[in-house]
Design a protein around this ligand. Structure first.
Ligand code: NAI
Length: 333
């Protein structure tokens, strides 16, 4: 067996982490031969709950778990880590404006960026889950100048999973038979789920999604808005946010980053834009990426962008520009 991998989960006393840490600890992300040192960070008022999570992890008797460290101290949590799952963030309080929530959360990610810079391995791979995930990832990277920009990402895989599941049920195939739906932009209701490159396997033949679905009106309207508003629909039904599916998507995201995407497929990742597809460099924007076995990724190039797509890609870009400007002004205060 290899050396233990040091994996940090923040917000470890929260809902998503409750599903995420067990999946990681069972080997569903880094493989069943990879021992793990789990570092679990939350804030002081949640210390008791965090200790309860640790008790349960102990009671799971997990063979891959070399150690578990619960902590409220970032200098302990970020020390020499290989992977950071940044889930912890402040929930929206009653009467809180979106702007106030963004201000509170980007400050957390400024501090954690600084902790990554000071304490983590320079090779650390970071996935930001806590919302506003794209802008938090951008701020985190800005305050971690010693860590390469390409090591930062945010989660939009949940949106792809949601989109592929909608297509599968519409066509009447298994979700595993749908691939390459793109999620462009922000993990918010302005995101653009794009089926132009997506394929469905029907009776062992690959078809493009438009010809498999045969309903352009559904694809151009209801499909897009269902995916955009799915998070809110789950909250309305469950009275809690989509924790299980977010945890599963975080595992999918990290597993693909660790082992690479399958040939002929890509995954969506919020990454720092290099200016591809006219998206302002420096924004954390969700693109389709192909990941190699050495854990380097490249943004898939050459996708034809028609007017319909352009408009939607620009709308979500403009929202990210607004968020960025607000986040930077808050962090520089
Ligand atoms: P939760 O409220 O159950 O848990 C959040 C945890 O973060 C709490 O235990 C809280 O104490 C902790 N926390 C707050 N500030 C912290 C800090 N400075 N350091 C460490 N921990 C801190 O929330 P849940 O359901 O686990 O969701 C977490 C985040 O994930 C939310 O921002 C939510 O909007 C976001 N989310 C993102 C998705 C995505 O696809 N990107 C999907 C679903 C949720």
């Amino acid at each position: 067996m290899s050396e233990p991998l040091r994996v940090l989960v923040t917000g470890a006393a929260g809902q998503i982490a409750y599903s995420l840490v067990i999946a990681i600890a069972r080997g569903e992300v880094f493989g069943t031969n990879q021992p793990l040192d789990l570092l679990l960070l939350d804030i002081k008022p949640m210390e008791g709950v965090l200790n309860g999570v640790v008790m349960e992890l102990q009671d799971c008797a997990l063979p891959l778990l070399n150690s578990v460290t619960p902590t409220c101290d970032e200098s302990v949590a970020f020390k020499d880590i290989d992977v950071a799952c940044l889930v912890g963030s402040m929930p929206r309080g009653e009467g809180m404006e979106r702007k106030d929530l963004l201000a509170a959360n980007v400050k957390i990610f400024k501090t954690q960026g600084n902790s990554l810079h000071q304490y983590a391995k320079k090779t650390v791979k970071v996935v930001v889950v806590g919302n506003p995930a794209n802008t938090n990832a951008m701020i985190c990277s800005k305050y971690a100048p010693s860590i390469p920009k390409e090591n930062f990402s945010c989660l939009t895989r949940l949106d792809q999973n949601r989109a592929q599941s909608q297509i599968a049920s519409r066509v009447g195939v298994k979700v595993a038979d749908v691939r390459n739906v793109i999620i462009w932009g922000n993990h918010s209701s302005t995101q653009f789920p794009d089926i132009s490159q997506a394929q469905v396997k029907v009776q062992d033949k690959l078809k493009d999604v438009r010809s498999a679905v045969q309903d352009d009106s559904w694809l151009n309207n209801e499909f897009i808005s269902t995916v955009q508003k799915r998070g809110a629909a789950v909250i309305a039904a469950r009275k809690l946010s989509s924790a299980m599916s977010a945890a599963k998507a975080t595992c999918d995201h990290l597993r693909d980053w660790w082992f690479g995407t399958e040939s002929g497929t890509f995954t969506p990742m919020g990454v720092i834009s290099d200016g591809s597809y006219g998206i302002e460099a420096g924004l954390v924007y969700s693109f389709p990426v192909e990941i190699a076995a050495d854990r380097t990724y490249k943004i898939v190039q050459g996708i034809n962008i028609d007017n319909f797509a352009r408009e939607k890609m620009d709308a979500t870009k403009n929202e990210l520009i607004e968020e960025r400007d607000l986040a930077i002004s808050v962090c520089e205060d």
